[in-house]
Design a protein around this ligand. Structure first.
Ligand code: HEM
Length: 357
């Protein structure tokens, strides 16, 4: 064995010994995540057996054309689940009563196309199975496929979520979605309120291995003063992309492999090339640094932990059973959906429909 190879193996061994108390690969299987009551791995087995293949086949086509959409769909699921639970509330268009969830600042940069893709998937699923699958389940499946079709792990997710009847306020949205300028202490405590431990936090942040960000999300790291933790060349390149404080440009979040779901995001962090403070501080903070390193050197471990944390995230405050509804249009709750109401009335015998008026 050459000298270089020997020292690399030694480094791996030392790292795994040091990290052993934190992480164990074998504990991270789908089965190790408790499933909330009302959800099931086989929920649509008889009512919509083709559900998962309809979604995957269509998303393959979408991503062949534009792989960036995978990032948009993954982020959509995160924003859905963190605010009021995974109830599809982020999909609901605002009402005349005032600004709601979609108008909250963090949601303004969700991709318009992501909402269109979800509505299109919903229509395809309804054609095959009738109105049995919720929009929130479609969002969860689309996020899972986005991860896998960009090179990440494939995994099963428990299904049976129902769609919420209301969207969240701007304030509730802001309180639940951490900002990119937050440090690790803030991120850890915000996510702890949702029962995520430091390993979950570091694993979920790995979602930033794909996708893009607007300059406004990280501009304060170099104007007016340069964040000293940021690699100098990286900072200079970003300044070219974002020449002024109100630049509307975008840049990739993982400079090593922006469209591939892999562990390079953690390698970026170790090289001080994380885009947001909330990313970079995971390497600066002693509570999360070892976890970042372990994911940077072991992609399999990252994938296993990511799957566990995603399944956990996908079950936050879900509605099940008779709660909520199955929306006929993901952007509108059924009570406000004129075409849905008309179709319900058409299905009733004439006398019954009149007696309801
Ligand atoms: C932990 C706290 C998090 C913070 C502070 C955060 C913040 C952000 C911000 C500011 C952006 C860019 C928005 C823009 O300027 O366009 C972004 C993008 C993104 N985030 Fe996060 N995020 C977090 C967690 C997550 C999680 C848990 C996931 C998924 C597992 C995720 C997935 C994504 C993806 C895929 C994008 C790119 C979206 C696109 O290209 O359209 N983020 N995030």
């Amino acid at each position: 064995m050459g000298k270089v190879t020997k020292s690399f193996v030694a480094l791996l061994l030392i790292s795994s010994l040091l990290l052993a108390p934190y992480l164990s690969i074998s504990e991270a299987t789908d089965n190790s995540v408790p499933i909330v009551s009302g959800l099931s791995w086989t929920f649509y087995k008889t009512s919509c057996p083709k559900l998962e293949s309809i979604i995957r086949t269509q998303l393959k086509k979408v991503f062949d054309n534009d792989i960036g959409q995978a990032a948009g769909l993954l982020r959509l699921h995160f924003h859905d689940c963190f605010v009021q639970g995974c109830d599809g509330s982020v999909l609901l268009d605002g009402s005349a009563s005032g600004p709601g969830e979609q108008q909250a600042p963090p949601n303004l940069s969700l991709r318009a196309k992501a909402f269109e893709i979800i509505n299109d998937l919903r229509n395809r699923v309804e054609k095959a199975c009738g109105r049995v699958v919720s929009c929130s389940d479609i969002v969860a499946l689309a996020a899972r496929d986005s991860v896998h079709l960009s090179g990440g792990p494939d995994y099963g997710i428990p299904l049976g979520r129902r769609d919420g009847l209301t969207f969240a306020t701007v304030n509730a949205t802001l309180q639940n979605l951490p900002p990119p300028f937050a440090n690790a202490t803030t991120i850890l405590s915000m996510l702890a309120t949702k029962n995520f431990d430091p390993t979950d936090v570091v694993a979920l942040s790995g979602g930033h291995t794909i996708g893009i960000s607007h300059c406004t999300s990280f501009i304060t790291r170099f104007y007016p003063t340069q964040d000293p933790t940021m690699d100098k060349t990286f900072a200079n390149n970003l300044k070219v992309i974002c020449p002024t404080v109100n630049s509307t440009n975008t840049t990739v979040m993982d400079i090593r492999s922006p469209n591939k779901f892999d562990n390079k995001y953690y390698v970026d962090l170790m090289n001080r090339q994380g885009l947001f403070t909330s990313d970079q501080d995971l390497y600066t903070d002693s509570r999360t640094r070892g976890i970042v390193t372990s994911f940077a050197i072991n992609e399999t471990l990252f994938f296993e932990k990511f799957v566990v944390s995603m399944i956990k995230m996908g079950q936050l405050s879900v509605l099940t059973g008779n709660n909520g509804e199955i929306r006929a249009n993901c952007s509108v709750r059924n009570a406000d959906n004129k075409s849905y109401l008309a179709s319900v009335v058409e299905e009733l015998p004439v006398e019954e429909a009149w007696s309801d008026l």
